[in-house]
Ligand binder design. Structure first.
Ligand code: 5GP
Length: 188
């Protein structure tokens, strides 16, 4: 069996990444699998341990760090929590021929690229930072402070978009999923 590939997906919060990834896994004919990251951030309502994230204490996370269990791990810019990809999750999936999707930030992308040179990376974003601000405000559930912080993080991440294999503007989820699937298929 052929070994799989690593697919990195990044993008600012509010870009629609999670929705795109879910639909991509359902609709694309490749054997895609989402890697479940570890994090020290508390679960949000509705999130399930082992499905959305592996939620862990600071202590447990640092223990994994010391053991060098992570392929990459970072205190994600502007979040104040640690996030990381466990090495064994990725190596097991690759050995089984899966294409492992890592939904990680820009720091994680750089680290993974240095270890898997043939990793395919996709940056998903709205057309402009103004559009992102409109989307974040449109949710109307977040405080002004949260919106400002997200925009600050997004502005920082935005500057890395040219370092990705694909820089994709998400205007319609269906179109974005189709574009990413077709792009990935060219790497088969
Ligand atoms: P959230 O807390 O909103 O689920 O995610 C916050 C940010 O953490 C997102 O930008 C997401 O891409 C990033 N992230 C999630 N898991 C990982 C991971 O394992 N490694 C890295 N470097 N970033 C991650």
């Amino acid at each position: 069996m052929e070994t799989g590939k690593v697919v990195i997906i990044s993008g600012p919060s509010g870009a629609g990444k999670t929705t795109v990834v879910k639909q991509l896994i359902q609709e694309c004919s490749l054997p895609l699998e989402l890697s479940v990251s570890a994090t020290t951030r508390p679960a949000r309502p509705g999130e399930k341990d082992g499905i959305d994230y592996r939620f862990m204490s600071d202590e447990k996370f640092q223990h994994h760090r010391e053991n060098q269990d992570f392929l990459e791990c970072f205190e994600v810019f502007g979040r104040g929590y640690w996030y990381g990809t466990l090495k064994t999750d990725v190596t097991t999936s690759l050995a089984a021929g899966k294409w492992v999707i890592l939904e990680i930030d820009v720091q994680g992308m750089k680290s993974v690229k240095s270890q898997y040179a043939d990793a395919i990376s996709v940056f998903i974003r709205p057309s402009s930072l103004d559009e992102l601000e409109r989307r974040l405000r449109g949710r109307a559930t977040e405080s002004e402070e949260t919106i400002q912080r997200r925009l600050e993080v997004a502005t920082h991440e935005w500057s890395y978009k040219t370092q990705y294999t694909y820089d994709i503007i998400n205007e319609s989820v269906d179109e974005t999923v189709k574009t990413i699937c077709q792009s990935l298929l060219t790497h088969r």
